[in-house]
Design a protein around this ligand. Structure first.
Ligand SMILES: N[C@@H](CCC(=O)N[C@@H](CS)C(=O)NCC(=O)O)C(=O)O
Length: 222
């Protein structure tokens, strides 16, 4: 297995939460590229993301954050692009210009137009302002809108995976989002046949399996 070292002992550190879809994207990319890393758990339910120590790593108070020696980087998209340049094995971007652009589009639908609307901080705010019963309809509304857009986009590009028969950047973003939509928020799979098919394909891949929430060091035992 390739190491995250620069020849020294600075193994990459990933600040992560077991159920965070944004951390999960990075775990997939690290696994695909065969990079060993140290898992640093941040308990979002205990508010550890808002501690002064963690805010030094990400002033927004969100996971993931990656520490590479004295270099600190947060935001999963930036982290994946950094890993892509530093560790070229298993490329996350195809060489074809249009396929690459579609990978960016699909990844950004997830990271800009779906996940931020279901983030813990947003759901806590809705709970506080409008009550706990408003959270699920809110999430399902925006997940459904995003999933419908992804279905339309990917019908012209998907193969075994999102943009063909190779795993790329879009898959790293889609796998956690699709799983969260279907298993945590109970979206109806039959409405999203392409996403349902991709979900099954991802569940077969060891790099994706290893990154899943039940398999993390901070996964609760019960
Ligand atoms: N655009 C950021 C978003 C990061 C983000 O929203 N992380 C969530 C977990 S998936 C988080 O830490 N939420 C904490 C909170 O809402 O308090 C990324 O892709 O890394």
């Amino acid at each position: 297995m390739a190491s995250g070292n620069d020849g020294g002992n600075n193994k990459l550190q990933l600040y992560s939460y077991w159920r965070s879809s944004c951390s999960w994207r990075v775990r997939i990319a690290l696994n695909l590229k065969g990079i060993d890393y140290e898992y640093k758990a941040v308990n979002l339910l205990k508010g550890e993301q808002n501690s002064p120590e963690f805010r030094k790593l990400n002033p927004l108070g969100y996971v993931p954050a990656l520490v590479d020696g004295d270099f600190i980087l947060s935001d999963s998209f930036a982290i994946l692009m950094y890993l892509e340049e530093k560790y070229p094995q298993h490329p996350l971007l195809p060489s074809d210009l249009k396929t690459k652009a579609i990978n960016f589009e699909a990844a950004n639908i997830v990271s800009s137009s779906i996940q931020p609307l279901q983030n813990l901080v947003v759901l806590n705010y809705i709970d506080e302002k409008f009550g706990p019963d408003e959270k699920l309809p809110w999430v399902k509304h925006f997940l459904g809108k995003g999933f419908a857009a992804l279905e339309m986009l990917l019908k012209d590009y998907s193969g075994k995976y999102a943009t063909g028969d190779e795993v790329y950047l879009a898959d790293c973003f889609l796998a956690p989002q699709i799983d969260t939509g279907f298993t945590r928020f109970n979206l109806d799979k039959s409405e999203f046949p392409i996403l349902a098919r991709l979900h099954e394909a991802y569940c077969e891949l060891p790099a994706f399996q290893k990154a899943m929430p039940p398999n993390q060091p901070d996964t609760p035992s019960s």
